[in-house]
Design a protein around this ligand. Structure first.
Ligand code: XMP
Length: 514
């Protein structure tokens, strides 16, 4: 049976991946394509429905992102969101114009609950708006199904032609019942049964990997992060001892992390695979000695990583397949999928394939979002603390130590970070915060300890809430928790006499502190 698919056409808006994630949460598989993709290519995939996303332009301006009018006459249900809604009206002969009032943020909306799209919605609810243009006149055959004080057409539809337009953003959590609206579209209007499930994903992947690999030998660079761990376990379940995982401990991991990874994947661990841990701490510290510039540190760590990995791969001998933990946002962001391309090349272990002789790459998680990777991890029985691990940069603590990296500084930041994590989890905040860690500033200042004057380092704490890691806000951690961390770090971590809490947003800050 053919897999059900919904296609999200990306017009460059900021919530586009979120739309796709919400659709997948309805157990419906979807893929993101740029608006520039040929309609014929999209239709070849036989989508059950199409969603047009938001975008930054004005659809009536010359050169604005657009779509073919044919899209609306194929009999495939189409849902336009924000820019997508305006574009639908514009292309079909309605009128879109600059609004007198720009709507932004939570807004009350009156909804016609007779609409299939809004089944089970409250007649008056709250939605998330973000637009400066509005639908001044609907295209022929449409009727209004929602409105706000400033926006006469907050939603419209032409049920016969299965065309739906929503000016607000149902994908954003602030829209009450927004997920249900998307559910109504993909499950009820498009008629998808919801065949996208992680248990069947695991079964199908194992079958496909076995067929592809045959008797071949597989190599995987294991970092202990969520993606590479899940990829490794999937491979191990599929081909067992044909898999070798190389884990490079560069001495820039969090406290005890190397041993934790070894405990799970090593010879005393849970899986059938060949596990090689390379303790390369001294080698990395040696290369980093005297280097203070952040980009240079990143470059050195990345290059050294490749050298070490390459040496190990040579020792193994023949390698047929190389595993990569690429996930769907990497695919979309590197411009292969959607339109809102933000290229974060530094976020992946770049260049690795050039350094190992192999036949083919295996990317078993290529179609999954992070939350789906986690579900697969749980499905595979991977320990929860690994599955829900926070993001951790490839260059590790090298980017959380300002200035030169030394063994002493690594120890300071490891200890402070371990205390911070412990206190956050004791306060029950660990699943609430998206990322939190300690960094070591390069600032030393005067303090007093007992009767003695000190001249020691300041630790900075960072904790953020974010949806997509592209923008973030500092989390409001309770003062008592911060105070407890401060007191423990200053008492327990030698060489530290001050603790700062970083309240910067991203932008203009970054999440990491380097
Ligand atoms: P920034 O600091 O750019 O970080 O706001 C955004 C997210 O990316 C993570 N990050 C990295 N992840 N390799 C990675 O795998 C890297 O080099 C890297 N640098 C930053 C960061 O932890 C945050 O989650």
């Amino acid at each position: 049976m053919e897999k059900e698919l919904v296609i999200v056409i990306d017009f460059g808006g900021q919530y586009n991946q979120l739309v796709a994630r919400r659709v997948r949460e309805c157990n419906v598989y979807c893929e993101i394509y740029s608006y520039k993709t040929d309609l014929a290519k999209i239709m070849e995939k036989k989508p059950r429905g199409i969603i047009l996303t938001g975008g930054p332009s004005s659809c009536y301006e010359e050169g604005a992102a657009t779509c073919s009018p044919e899209l609306f006459g194929l009999g495939v249900p189409v849902l336009g969101l924000c820019y997508g809604a305006q574009l639908m009206m514009h292309v079909l002969g309605g009128k879109v114009a600059r609004a007198a009032v720009r709507e932004y943020g939570k807004t009350e909306v009156d909804i016609d609950t007779e609409s299939k799209l809004f089944a089970d919605a409250k007649p008056r609810t709250v939605c998330w708006m973000s637009h400066f243009d509005y639908i001044a006149q609907m295209a022929e055959g449409f009727r209004v199904t929602a409105s706000t004080a400033d926006c006469p057409v907050a939603a419209a539809e032409c049920e016969e032609r299965k065309l739906y337009a929503i000016q607000f953003h149902p994908e954003v959590m602030h829209t009450e019942g927004g997920s249900k609206m998307l559910f109504n579209f993909v499950r009820n209007i498009c008629g998808c049964s919801g065949d996208w499930r992680m248990d069947s994903f695991v079964e199908e992947s194992i079958r496909a990997i076995r067929a592809k690999v045959g008797q071949g030998r597989v190599l995987c660079a294991l970092s202990g992060g969520v993606d590479s761990s899940v990829a490794a376990v999937l491979l191990s379940k599929a081909v067992g001892g044909q898999l070798t995982c190389v884990f490079v401990d560069h001495g820039l991991l969090r406290k005890d992390e190397g041993d934790e990874v070894e405990a799970v994947f090593g010879p005393k661990g849970n899986y059938e695979l060949n596990f090689i841990r390379v303790n390369a701490r001294e080698r990395f510290y040696g290369k980093l000695a005297g280097v203070t510039e952040p980009e240079e540190k990143r470059k050195i760590i990345g290059e050294e990583f490749i050298r070490v990995f390459e040496e190990e791969a040579k020792k193994i001998g023949r390698v047929d397949f190389l595993v990569q933990g690429t996930i769907y946002p990497d695919v979309v962001e590197s411009g292969l999928g959607g339109e809102s391309a933000v290229i974060k090349s530094h976020h992946n272990v770049g260049g690795l394939p050039d350094y190992v002789d192999f036949r083919e790459i295996i990317e078993p998680l290529r179609n999954l979002f992070k939350d789906e990777v986690r579900k697969v991890g749980l499905e595979l029985g991977i320990p929860e603390r690994l599955v829900f691990r926070q993001p951790f940069p490839g260059p590790g603590l090298g980017v959380r130590i300002l200035g030169e990296v030394t063994a002493e500084k690594v120890k300071m930041v490891q200890d402070a970070d371990a205390i911070f994590r412990e206190e956050i989890s004791r306060a029950g905040l660990d699943r609430e915060l998206n990322q939190y860690f300690a960094a070591l500033t390069n600032m030393r200042s005067v303090g007093v300890m007992g009767d003695e004057r000190t001249y020691d380092y300041a630790i900075a704490l960072r904790a953020v809430n974010t949806v997509d890691f592209m923008t973030a806000e500092a989390a409001e951690i309770p003062w008592e928790v911060l105070k407890r961390v401060m007191s423990r770090v200053i008492n327990e971590v030698k060489g530290v006499n001050r603790l700062l809490y970083d309240i910067s947003s991203k932008p203009p800050g970054t999440i990491e502190f380097e």
